[in-house]
Design a binder for this molecule. Sequence first.
Ligand SMILES: NC(=O)C1=CN([C@@H]2O[C@H](COP(=O)(O)OP(=O)(O)OC[C@H]3O[C@@H](n4cnc5c(N)ncnc54)[C@H](OP(=O)(O)O)[C@@H]3O)[C@@H](O)[C@H]2O)C=CC1
Ligand SMILES: CC(C)CCC[C@@H](C)[C@H]1CC[C@H]2[C@@H]3C(=O)C=C4C[C@@H](O)CC[C@]4(C)[C@H]3CC[C@]12C
Length: 294
Amino acid sequence: MAVLKVLVAFAGIFLAVYFYSAGDVFEPAMLKGKRVIVTGASSGIGEQMAYHLAKMGSHILITARTEEKLKKVVAQCTQLGAASAHYIAGSMDNLTFAKQVVHKAENLFGALDMLILNHIGHTYFGYFDGNVDHVRGLLEINVLSYATMTVAALPMLKKSNGNIVVVSSIAGKIGLPLSVPYSTTKFALDGFFSSLRMEFIQQNTNVSITLCVISYIDTDSAVKTVSGVIQQPAAPKEECALEIIKGGSLRKREVYYQYHATKIPLLLRDWAPELLQSLLLKNYNMDNFQRREV
Ligand SMILES: NC(=O)C1=CN([C@@H]2O[C@H](COP(=O)(O)OP(=O)(O)OC[C@H]3O[C@@H](n4cnc5c(N)ncnc54)[C@H](OP(=O)(O)O)[C@@H]3O)[C@@H](O)[C@H]2O)C=CC1
Ligand SMILES: CC(C)CCC[C@@H](C)[C@H]1CC[C@H]2[C@@H]3C(=O)C=C4C[C@@H](O)CC[C@]4(C)[C@H]3CC[C@]12C
């Protein structure tokens, strides 16, 4: 009898764990036929996300400023099996354009399932130069356009019980040197979207918000920017792009990529900030440093 009780208890635990984690299993088919916007998709991680979505059979609208690059990415997406692939070119320093992107998706697809906010404006990798106007401009591109697109897309996302995916950085959770304006904007995203997520829960708004905390990735722009200064190896953009899509689709609060390069520093952040500070500073080889434009 006792053995039976133990067996029943184990079966219960097994089933609980099985069903609890069942929602955590990603299937590429989850994105089939889904209507997705990806910003900053003419290069880097955004471009790779477009290719993954294409392979999964999504309807894709991509955007960035450079029309020539967008055309090539759209052609590649069509080849890879996208249900449909479109682009709209423009700059996110213009908030009217940010709205237009969402309206274009509405006209093309009649609905929206996932909004992937990924673009960033140009900045510099170097000591803060005192230019607060640059910080303001970067806030417009990296934060206010994200907020604007979110507001414009929300009615559609509510109807589809959709997902908002925000690409941030470890530099949006931990202050790092040489990227003051950039870090400012990424921290702001955490404030806006974490707060909004809480309100969605209070209001029973079934739209998920996934904040992606990303470490150093091997995109052309990042490698060019930090080479010689950062010792740490860069993680692959293809895998990074896939992890972001998975996290958004599974409605995770946050994605950590690479896990160890983000979770360990974050664990130290609140409990051993001085230790973290000294470990992080060792990553920077300042002998090779000169200011670079990104
Ligand atoms: N690479 C890395 O190490 C890390 C990256 N991240 C984050 O990942 C995301 C992607 O980064 P990554 O792929 O490296 O960047 P890239 O520089 O490769 O891509 C940036 C994209 O944004 C577009 N863009 C630039 N300026 C504007 C603008 N004014 N308006 C609209 N679009 C613009 C670019 O296209 P175009 O120039 O044609 O407009 C491009 O498509 C960013 O959010 C970044 O913060 C986070 C941590 C680390
Ligand atoms: C274990 C880690 C906490 C160690 C520090 C990692 C550092 C080196 C990583 C983490 C976040 C990275 C920056 C980033 O987020 C995005 C960009 C934009 C890109 O276009 C140009 C490069 C830049 C500034 C990255 C530079 C390298 C950073 C600071």
